[in-house]
Design a protein around this ligand. Structure first.
Ligand code: NAD
Length: 267
């Protein structure tokens, strides 16, 4: 059977850890040549991909910095010659992010710079190449923007800057989908529910906090990274060829429920 990303080049921001790393490994296993663009060290992820027989390279990138993003996209083109998939996964949720009366300016600014401007800058530099790559291969290129379930419902956690940033990702997704629908680039958003990556683990450090969150998840458990990446793979691949401007929510039922059931979790 043909691999689902055979012959494709995919750039994943924030692919050195958490959901992005699982995505980088899975995309490579599905035949993509992967570029990991991360502010941190991606050598562990590269080793894992190469041990599994995949093709990948890494570039240091700060998604909030225009020159850094431009250089990373150029690196992808010089390394693998094409760019079919842009997986805008890098994101932060800062500890001092709180309600509107208590969130400091620098927290708002940094969150918006990375989570919103970062997506915009990557699209700015990638899209011209993605239009050309789509022409060459005859299938639309695909942008997958990682938002969150909090873009769809309010949470009293609270993290107002993060929530604002993820709402903006959905709005940008729809706008870019409309702009590029006839130019060979599809743009969709992925909205994960809570998964125990380093990003979330620091907020849910003790069992009592974790149990309080689980009450709001109808399926009664946190998600697994591979369950989110399954959605990313669908959106990145040509399996979603007639889909653009949409938001794929993978959240164990959170955004569908008002009252959650009691009893043991599933599965
Ligand atoms: N984990 C969850 O529960 C959850 C839920 C919903 C949405 N998300 C979203 O999923 C995405 C991945 O989150 P995660 O949980 O894997 O987080 P994570 O903290 O585990 O990983 C984030 C990665 O992004 C990188 N990064 C941070 N700032 C960067 C920058 N300026 N430039 C380039 N890379 C940068 C980090 O080095 C890291 O490798 C984020 O956009 C996050 O908002 C996560």
């Amino acid at each position: 059977m043909k691999h689902r990303l055979a012959d494709k080049v995919a750039l994943i921001t924030g692919g050195a850890s958490g959901l992005g790393r699982v995505g980088a490994e899975r995309f490579a296993a599905e035949g993509a040549r992967v570029i990991i663009a991360d502010i941190g060290d991606a050598s562990d992820a590269l080793d894992a991909i190469s041990k599994a027989g995949g093709a990948a390279a890494a570039v240091r990138c700060d998604v909030s910095d225009d020159a850094s993003v431009r250089d990373s996209i150029e690196f992808a083109i010089t390394t693998f010659g094409d760019l079919h998939v842009l997986y805008n996964n890098a994101g932060v949720m800062l500890s001092a992010d709180d309600d509107p009366t208590n969130t400091p300016d620098d927290v708002i600014q940094t969150t918006l710079d990375i989570n919103v401007k970062g997506v915009l800058l990557a699209c700015r530099h990638a899209i011209p190449h993605m239009i050309e790559s789509a022409r060459r291969c005859g299938e639309a290129s695909s942008i997958v923007n990682v938002a969150s379930f909090v873009a769809h419902l309010g949470a009293a956690t609270p993290q107002i800057a993060y929530t604002a940033s993820k709402g903006a990702v959905l709005a940008m997704t729809r706008e870019m989908a409309a702009i590029y629908a006839r130019r060979g680039v599809r743009v969709n958003a992925l909205c994960p529910g809570p998964v125990m990556t380093p990003l979330l683990a620091k907020f849910l450090s003790d069992d009592a906090k974790r149990q309080r969150r689980l009450v709001h998840i109808p399926m009664g458990r946190f998600g697994e990274a591979h369950e989110i990446v399954n959605g990313a793979l669908f959106l990145a691949s040509n399996e979603s060829s007639w889909m653009t401007g949409q938001s794929l929510v993978i959240d164990g039922g959170i955004t569908s429920a008002y009252v959650t059931p009691e009893g043991p979790s599933w599965p």
